[in-house]
Design a protein around this ligand. Sequence first.
Ligand code: HEC
Length: 159
Amino acid sequence: MKATVGTFVFALLAMGVFGTAGAEQSGGTNVGEELPPNVRVLLIQEMQAILKASEQIQTAIVQGDHETVAQKAQAIHDSFIMEQQMTEADKQALLAVVPEAFLERDQALHDLSEELAEAGRDQDTTRQLQQFSEMIQGCVGCHSRHATARFPGLSTSQP
Ligand code: HEC
């Protein structure tokens, strides 16, 4: 099972490690390039994993494959591989760089993926569509504020 940065940072928050995060900047930040290279690699791996899971969820929703929706959304929600791969120093390095707004968006993804998993288990296609759409808006929302160097096409979008 693959992990998500959402789960990872959420876990840090739950542990009370948060508090050293860098100050939020009104114009957003480019988190990736400020991270130490090894931590950035972990973030990118997580992003690629959640992209793949999102694609699988879309495929499953349109075919009424509720079980796959539930499984893949749950995988986004509750795996911890990234955390396991990170040293304490890595975690501190990440928290020193990311603004609070980034953590909030990250936690929103965490919450939404859980709701989507629930909609999958309930075999409720209407809710799956709503939660999936909100989750994708969450991807764009974070990228347009914290990853515009990586995604220049989103630099003028503020969904
Ligand atoms: C809390 C913020 C945040 C959220 C939410 C978020 N991302 Fe990202 N994502 C980033 C950042 C920051 C980068 C850029 C990393 C870099 O520049 O190294 C990124 C990069 C990526 C990449 C590029 C990885 C690569 O190969 O370089 C993909 C794909 C991606 N995200 C997919 C997603 C998807 C799909 C979602 C929603 C399900 C999502 N992201 C939600 C912050 C976020």
